[in-house]
Design a protein around this ligand. Sequence first.
Ligand SMILES: *Cc1c(COP(=O)(O)O)cnc(C)c1O
Length: 404
Amino acid sequence: MKQATRLLNYEAAPGDAYRPSAPPLYQTATFAQPSATEGGPYDYTRSGNPTRDLLQERIADLEGGGTCSTFASGMAAVAAVLRLCEVGDRVLCGDDLYGGTFRWLERCAPRAGISVQAVDLTDLEAVRVALAAGARLVLVETPTNPLQRIVDVRALAALAHDVGAWLAVDNSLLSPYLQAPLDLGADLAILSTTKHLSGHADCTGGAVTTRNDELAAQLAFHQNAEGTGLAPFEAWLLLRGMQTLGVRIEHAQRGAEQLAHWLESRPEVPRVHYAGLASHPGAALHASQARGAGSVISFSTGDAGLSRRLIEGLRLFHICVSFGSARSTISLPCAMSHASIPASVRDARGLAPDLVRISVGLEAASDLERDLARGLEGARPTSRERQLVPPRPNSADSAAESAP
Ligand SMILES: *Cc1c(COP(=O)(O)O)cnc(C)c1O
C-alpha cells in the first residue's frame, strides 16, 4: 500500500457503536473504573487516552510498523529518547542539529550525566573512530536543517550496531511520508509533529517510534512517569491534519523543486541548499534513502542585510520559525530557529547570518516565485547603503535561553 492510501485506511473508532467517520475526541482527564479493585482499559489521561492511542497507532503504521509514543512537543520527544541513556553513557551526534536539540545536548545532558560528542556524520571514517570509544546512542538528522547535509542512515545503523549503540533519526524535516528511518535500519524514528503532520501550525507535538519492544516500553514508561504525553485535543488535531499529509507534501514539494531551480538561476543567490537539486553533493545518497526532498529550502545571498531586507519585503511568506505549514514561511535561521546555538559554534558549522530558509506551502508556486523575484529586486542595496553598511548587533546569543 502506498503511503497516500495508508494515511486514509484506518478505523476512526474501533468498537464504537455509532461508527463515526472521524475520530472522537476523548477530552477527559479520568475514566471511571468498574470497581475499586478492577481497572478498565483506561484510568487517567497522563497514562493513556484513546484519542492519543489512535494517533500513536496511525503514526506507527505510517512509520512502517512498530510502537509509537507521542509527546507534548518535538523537543519532549527528543528528550524522551535521551532518557533512554543512563548516567555515564556517551551520545554521538551530528554537528548540524536542530537548535533545541543542540541546547539539550549542551545544557541538559551534563545534568543527566551523559557525555556528548558531535562529529561530521557525513565522514564515516570519523564516525568509526568516534565510536571506537563506545556509545549508547547515535543521534542524527538527514537532511540536516538548514544546510541539508545528507548522512548515510544504512551505514550509520551498521556502525552503531557494531558497538551496541542505538541509532535515532530525527525525521522531522521530511516526515515518514518521504523517508522511513526504521526501514533503513534505525532503532528510533523521532518526529516533531508540529511540522508536516499537523500541517496547519495549530499545535505542537512530537513522536518516537521503535520496533524494539524494550525501548518502546521504556518510552511509554517515561511518557507516563514524567507526564510529557501529548494532550487529547492536540492528538485529535493531528489525526485530522494527517489525513491530508500526502497531498500537502506532494504539492509543496513540487513548489519547492520549482523554486529551488529558480533560485539557483538567480545572480543574487550564490548557493541553494536543497537535496532535490542535481547540484547537491548528497543528491544520489539522498535519493537512495528517501522518496523526495520535501518542501524546505535554504539559500545564501552573501549579504546578511540583503537577506533581512528580502524576508521583510515579501508578501506571501510569513516570517516564522518552524516549517511544514500550509502557508509558506521564511526565516533567518541564525536569528530565529537556530539562535539557541552560540554564534561561535554557528560560524564553525557554516551557519552564516545571511542564510535564508523557506518552507514552501500550498500556494501556487508561480505566485511564490513572483513574490521572491520582487523581494530580491527590492532588497538590492542602494549605492549609499553599500558605503555605510551598519553592522547590526547580533542579539541572538542573549536570546539563546528563550529561543525556540
Ligand atoms: C522543530 C524540530 C524539533 C523540535 O520540535 P518542537 O515541536 O518545536 O519541539 C526537533 N527536531 C527537528 C529536526 C525540528 O525541526
